[in-house]
Design a protein around this ligand. Structure first.
Ligand code: NAD
Length: 497
């Protein structure tokens, strides 16, 4: 039986392109391929770039009032219809419906932030900087911009970028993850319904070939990438060599430091929520709990007890945690449990033994807890990106901070304590971009910027907030003189007054 095809969406309509390559898209809770997504060729990307370039002149010169009205309509439609989008996300990613709605809400906050962008687009003006000379600055869009997103947030991560890019007057090509491509098409259709002119927002599906075509294309001015660290580094280096602006957000390994004075019940709840929400497939998930002596035993006991209440199953039913995105990813994540045991850790809860409310064929792995993980183990050092929570024991606050600061990643971290002084010290000492104090997943609001340190981000500008706005615009400074009719004469020097 032939399967549904997910086409590209270019210039306001579905676009098949010339490439005959496709990839299967799975329903992870059923464990079956439900459709095929097209994988664009370089020529297909060229077609999208041409359409985006053609749309740029009129979109960028349209009045801010009219542009803003489109953004407001997009926001209203998203609010009204987000249930549809959540169902699409759950059917291709696997996360439970409430979590899918949560990611849309966080993305919508960036749309709301972008509705206020005219305020940031204002320039500055200096009257009489020199006699009769005025100086002013103005802000302009870049042109055609590219966004390349990962599988784990098929709606939210693209929305970290495109509302800001579009509000600033750019035209966009989004290359979403080929694992859950349909959310992007749904959002493209929503833009059309909101009245966005054709060609301003385009979706091209694909793999490395499409990514390389965007990275090398001379018309594409910038790339906003989110994904694993090796690909983020590749995108950053290749795109920068081609002269583009790049923001490339990479992988993570987020630690949660629990001090002995912390409320153990609160810390255990936080570790479970942040470790196993979305099956651990979040870049801000907690993957390592660092327990400062003597809190370890009580904390591990409490976490394990709370884990037993998690219902794993089909995200469309009333479950807490869904499957992993693909069979291959599930198998890779599960393989770390054996590595942990071989490396001398204690497997407290083995997620392979979980009872599931879902189809037997689904890509299941239950919440897993490994204690006393040696820091030399791959389980500690590598990003697992699944429901495997490690516990590392340390003897002091300082040892915990040194451990976190010696890690390769610097995306998110959290401290759990009732000691304000310790928390304050942690916030200043820790070498991580996003920090929670008794908050396990400290994702910044849309009007702040999102991004980590070290191998969690390559480039200078983080996502959304003022940095996101700066990323998608260029500034000019104009020095202007309108001589009075009586003015005249030559003067080859700098003006002195
Ligand atoms: P991924 O790196 O496999 O894919 C990301 C994007 O790159 C996709 O669009 C994919 O098609 C493309 N891609 C894949 N292989 C490529 C290649 N060889 N050359 C060029 N492009 C390629 O990441 P993923 O598995 O989709 O997502 C999970 C990863 O994303 C995790 O590492 C997670 O930590 C990270 N992530 C980071 C953040 C953050 O804010 N730092 C947010 C979300 C996800």
């Amino acid at each position: 039986m032939s399967q549904d095809i997910v086409n590209h969406f270019v210039a306001g309509e579905e676009f098949e392109g010339k490439s005959t390559r496709t990839a299967p898209v799975f329903d992870p809770a059923k464990g079956v391929s439900t459709k095929q997504v097209r994988l664009a060729s370089t020529d297909d990307v060229e077609h999208a770039v041409q359409k985006a370039e053609a749309a740029f002149a009129s979109w960028s010169s349209m009045s801010m009032t009219k542009r803003n009205q489109v953004l407001f309509r997009f926001r209203e439609l998203l609010e009204a219809k987000k249930g549809e989008l959540a169902e699409i996300i759950t059917s291709e990613h696997g996360k439970v419906l409430s979590d899918a709605l949560g990611e849309i809400t966080r993305g919508q906050e960036v749309v709301e932030f972008a509705c206020g962008l005219p305020h940031l687009l204002k320039g500055q003006f200096s009257l009489n900087a020199s006699t009769g000379v005025d100086v002013y600055s103005l802000t302009q869009p870049l042109g055609v911009v590219g966004i390349i997103s990962p599988f784990n947030f098929p709606a939210m991560v693209p929305m970290w970028f495109f509302p800001v890019a579009i509000a600033a007057g750019n035209t966009v090509i989004l290359k979403p993850s080929e694992k859950d491509p349909s959310a992007a098409n749904w959002m493209a259709a929503l833009w059309k319904e909101a009245g966005l002119p054709d060609g301003v927002f385009n979706v091209v599906h694909g793999d490395k070939e499409a990514v390389d075509a965007l990275l090398e294309h001379p018309v594409v001015q910038s790339i906003s990438f989110v994904g694993s660290t090796p690909i983020a580094r590749y995108v950053y280096e290749t795109g920068a060599r081609a002269g583009k602006r790049i923001q490339a957000l990479g992988g993570a390994k987020n630690h949660m430091l629990v001090l002995p004075d912390a409320d153990v019940d609160v810390a255990a709840d936080a570790a479970v929520n942040a470790g196993f929400g979305s099956a651990g497939e979040r870049c801000m998930a907690i993957s390592v709990v660092v327990a400062v002596d003597p809190v370890g035993d009580t904390l591990v006991e409490s976490i394990a007890k709370k884990m037993s209440a998690i219902q794993v199953g089909d995200g469309r039913r009333s479950c807490d945690m869904g499957p992993l995105v693909t069979e291959a990813h599930r198998d890779k994540v599960a393989s770390y449990i054996d590595v942990a045991r071989e490396d001398g850790a204690t497997v407290v809860v083995d997620g392979r033994e979980v009872a599931v409310d879902g189809d037997d064929q689904g890509f299941w792995l239950g919440p897993t807890l490994v204690d006393n993980v040696p820091t030399s183990s791959r389980v500690y050092g590598e990003e697992i990106f699944g429901p495997v929570l490690s516990v590392v024991r340390v003897s002091s606050y300082d040892e915990g901070v040194d451990l976190i600061n010696s890690g390769a990643f610097g995306n998110g971290t959290a401290i759990f304590t009732n000691d304000g002084g310790a928390a304050r010290k942690f916030v200043t000492q820790i070498e991580v971009g996003m920090i929670g104090v008794n908050v396990p997943i400290p994702v910044p609001m849309a009007y702040y910027s999102f991004g980590g340190w070290k191998h969690s981000m390559f480039g200078d500008s983080r996502a959304h907030g003022e940095e996101g706005f700066r990323f998608f615009t260029r500034q000019k400074v104009v020095t202007s003189r309108w001589p009075e009719p009586s003015h005249g004469g030559l003067n080859l020097g700098f003006p002195q007054n």
